[in-house]
Design a protein around this ligand. Structure first.
Ligand code: LMG
Ligand code: NDP
Ligand code: PMR
Length: 370
């Protein structure tokens, strides 16, 4: 078997994809039974006290809620007593275990299958969610993958480079489809949040660590990121996993602002992005070299001082979902070391209106909306 740097198998992602695909089939039917239980409350009226309580809660979908930031945010929202969380995850059993590991009470969450690396799965998720009868008050686009050691690109079901496909294109389709559900929400504060990052912003030190994010003229995105007739990279360059991740975060932040410009006034929805802090212990770094995984947390804790715990990051994202002081639309939120939130300034590229429009229009074509 081919082996990459320091013993990490090169075919890791391929093997994972196969395992997840077979698991997904098994999980569909389990998802049904759990959904039927958890979902009954919001649609039925005369039920037990417990179910009545659920029906007064707002509903928030969080993608990638099976670990890291997504799980911690789920926990914070459920603990607030105000939210029922739909954990939109590609690995049903992992999500169930994760929910149990943080002590989420039965009925306070619903796991639904979503694989962002397949547009078909995104569309199916939207159908499943709608048939559950739950309203939608907040959507958090949180899931992401990062392939820093990959020498060659891997691809989504539709053949798009996998990190941009998962982190940006899957979420772009999901958010576009669920916009009408959010619009129907009776909540006073309906929100659509797309998680961004400091590393996509070249107006920061962290954003200047090579390779830097740069979408260029988007010729690779325009060509479909397929590595055959076009480059797998948005800017048309040679594949670089770390850059693809940072580029995908730029797309996330541009998309949030384009949503704001197109839909905030019309719908009243609050659109936001954020940098939750450096959560150096999450699964995001699972395919990085072991030395990096060992040194990264202490480096962030003691040298950059940018480190935050998963719990703290979850509280921050939960604020963006529910806090009335963070209800302004079009904002990229960050936090000071004393954990007070502020409206941060995006890099020139991540706030470029013409680029946002271009990424929006090219993404529409790739996901089949235009
Ligand atoms: C790329 O390496 C990889 O090629 C790619 O696969 C992906 O991982 C990508 O961003 C992710 O990084 C780029 C390179 C950039 O990264 C490294 O070389 C990291 C070190 C790897 C060494 C082995 C593992 C150890 C991991 C430890 C991680 C934390 C580091 C701890 C030690 C830090 C001590 C300071 O890195 C560089 O090229 C290094 C220099 C980059 C600086 C860029 C900053 C630009 C702005 C200049 C400001 C002045 C610098 C002040 C620095 C103060 C630091 C305290
Ligand atoms: P994790 O790896 O812990 O969590 C990522 C989640 O995304 C996992 O639940 C994962 O599922 C899920 N996911 C990955 N691929 C897919 C897919 N195809 N379909 C559905 N779900 C998928 O990382 P983090 O918690 O750190 O990352 C969460 C967000 O925070 C990301 O948007 C990241 O960019 C952002 N962020 C993270 C920072 C950090 O320092 N960690 C800093 C700034 C931003 P599974 O459990 O099955 O693998
Ligand atoms: Mg970075 C100065 C502060 C700072 C902050 C807040 C981060 C956050 N990083 C900082 C500095 C540096 N980092 C410096 C000076 C270096 C060179 C030694 C450095 C290196 C580095 C690497 C190799 N940093 C990294 C990596 C990664 O692989 C991570 C990455 O880029 O993922 C895309 C990463 C990160 N640094 C951060 C944050 C938040 C990350 C990770 C994740 C993300 O953006 O989501």
């Amino acid at each position: 078997m081919e082996v990459a740097f320091l013993g990490l198998p090169l075919h890791n992602h391929g093997q994972r994809a196969v395992r997840v695909a077979s698991k997904a089939l098994k999980c569909q039917s389990m998802a049904h039974s759990i959904r039927a239980n958890a979902v009954a409350a919001p649609v039925e009226t005369m039920k037990s006290a417990e179910e009545k309580k659920t029906s007064t809660k707002s509903v928030c979908i969080i993608t990638g809620a099976s670990s890291g930031l997504g799980l911690a945010t789920t926990k914070a929202l459920v603990d607030s007593g105000e939210f029922h969380v739909v954990m939109a995850c590609r690995d049903f059993l992992k999500a169930e275990k994760a929910a149990k590991s943080v002590g989420l009470p039965k009925g306070s969450y619903t796991v639904m299958h979503l694989d962002l690396a397949s547009l078909e799965s995104v569309r199916q998720f939207v159908k499943n969610f709608r048939s559950s009868g739950m309203p939608l008050d907040a959507l958090v686009c949180n899931a992401a993958v990062y392939f820093p050691t990959a020498k060659e690109p891997t691809y989504s079901a539709e053949g798009f480079e996998l990190s941009v496909a998962t982190n940006h294109l899957g979420h772009f389709l999901l958010a576009r489809l669920l916009l009408e559900d959010l619009e129907k929400s009776e909540s006073k504060s309906k929100r659509l949040i797309i998680v961004g990052s400091i590393t996509g912003n070249t107006n920061t030190l962290a954003g200047n660590v090579p390779p830097k994010a740069n979408l260029g003229d988007c010729r690779g995105l325009s060509g479909g990121l397929n590595g055959v007739t076009s480059s797998p990279m948005i800017d048309g360059g040679a594949f670089d996993g770390a850059k693809a991740y940072k580029d995908s975060k730029v797309c996330n932040m541009l998309t949030m602002q384009e949503f704001h410009r197109r839909y905030h006034e019309k719908t009243g929805i609050t659109f936001s992005s954020l940098y939750p802090g450096c959560i150096a212990t999450t699964g995001l770094f699972r395919s990085h070299i072991p030395l990096f995984r060992a040194l990264f947390p202490p480096f962030q804790k003691y040298i950059t001082k940018g480190f935050v715990s998963e719990e703290e990051s979850g509280k921050r994202l939960a604020q963006v979902v529910q806090d009335s002081s963070l209800s302004k639309s079009g904002v990229y939120w960050s936090w000071n070391n004393d954990s007070s939130s502020f409206e941060n300034v995006l890099s020139e590229e991540a706030s470029d209106e013409a680029k946002a429009k271009k990424v929006w229009e090219l993404s529409e074509k790739l996901v089949g909306l235009a």
